[in-house]
Every structure is written in C-alpha cells, then in structure tokens.
Design a protein around this ligand. Sequence first.
Ligand SMILES: C[S@@+](CC[C@H](N)C(=O)[O-])C[C@H]1O[C@@H](n2cnc3c(N)ncnc32)[C@H](O)[C@@H]1O
Length: 235
Amino acid sequence: MTPSAAADAADPWNTYGRSRASDDRARGTSGRLFWDWYQRIGPGAEILGDVAGKNVADLGCGNGRQAAHVAEVLGAARVVAIDASPGQIARGRDLYGHVGALHFVHADASTALQAAPDSLDVAYSYFGAPDFTDPRDLLPVVARSLHSGGMFVMATLAHYTIGRPAETEVRPGTIRVRHDNGTTSSMDRWVLDALVWERLLGEAGFTGLALDVLRDPGFDKRPPMATLLIRGTRG
Ligand SMILES: C[S@@+](CC[C@H](N)C(=O)[O-])C[C@H]1O[C@@H](n2cnc3c(N)ncnc32)[C@H](O)[C@@H]1O
C-alpha cells in the first residue's frame, strides 16, 4: 500500500466524503442552505443572518459545499472551512479552490479556533466537529473564537439515527465508520438532548439560545429523522 493509500484508509471520513463528492460537484455552490439531515426541509441561510462582509467559520466542513455557498453566494468576506480529515480537505480544495473568500484549513476545530480568538462574526456546523468532539472542550473554544455578539449555529442529531433517544447526560454514543480498505472502526458521536445542549452552551458563555427541532417524516425507505438546530450568541 502506498503512503497516500494508507493515509486514506486510516481517514475515517474519506469513504463518506468520496460518496458525496460527485453530488457536491453536480450541485456546485448554487441552490440553498439546509440544516436538516436529509437536506430537504426547514429554514436556510436566513438562520445565519446577513453574513455579507463577515468573517465566518465552518467547523467540520467536509467537502466544503456549505462553506463555498456561504462565501460565493452569501458574500462572506472570509470563510474558514476547517476539517480534521485530510481527504475531505483535499476534495474541498479540488471542488471549490476557485472560491476566493474560502480558505480550507486541515486541523482539529479546537486547535484552529484557539489560534485566532475574538476573530469570527459567525461560526456554524452542519453535523460537523461538535457532533464528534466533547462539547465541554469545544464549546468554550467556539465561544472565545467569536467577537462579543457573534453567532454560533449548529445542526445536530435530535436522536440517534436508529431512533434511540438522545442522551440526557453528557456522554457520547459509539458509531461505526467504514474505511476505504473495507474495515470498520468506532468513534464517539455526541447525540445529546436539547436540554443538555442548552446547559452546556450556557456554561460555555452563549446567550439568547434558540433550539428548534426540524422533523422529517422520512421518504422512500428512509426513516423519520429529527434535526436539532441550535443558535446562540457570544455574551
Ligand atoms: C458527518 S461529516 C459532515 C461534513 C459536512 N459538514 C457535510 O455536511 O458534509 C463530519 C465532518 O466533521 C469532521 N470533524 C469531526 N471532528 C472534527 C474536529 N474535531 N475538528 C475538525 N473536523 C472534525 C470530520 O472530519 C467530517 O468531515
């Protein structure tokens, strides 16, 4: 196995990201933003407020399609698209490297944000880093990365994908991920009840919290899914 094939096989998000790349390429940066799991219902870009001319970060950007939309269509001055997966960042650069205001950063979200405190107007995540990182560590770092009054938006699971209710304590569940070489591994996923997120965000320094559940009844053979859409402001 070549060094790059070995790195791809070890990257837990490479197989997932590649499965979405052709769809992302076909969709380009146009269309609209979605926050729900199936990307077909609910509010869109208005949730971010007017981001024209603002500094924005996407935490766990994946292939970067949302970040490219925020930069190119919504007119943000600078969008930092952060992801810990080398495969996701490489695909993002390939797909959207032409978008001038978009900057891909291959890093853990906490590490990248800690390097630039008080620098952001808006930070958001669409099932990204906050879903896979201990929120007691990440949320205070997100708060400190924002200007006072800056906004944080995150879309996360309101229940496990198999329908099991979210955790009512601060503890992760375990999910299986498939690698390029056919093996699987497990990782933590933080699927927390809305009241738990509300408490953690308050402790991290966010105010004006709004937590909404976007319910999709499912379609074809896809099960019902509920997305928890959370907004807060750095106090
Ligand atoms: C389910 S994918 C979602 C990606 C993207 N937001 C999308 O909609 O396609 C989760 C992404 O979060 C990234 N991620 C998870 N933990 C992270 C962390 N601590 N820092 C940066 N990225 C992280 C993964 O590498 C992966 O690309």
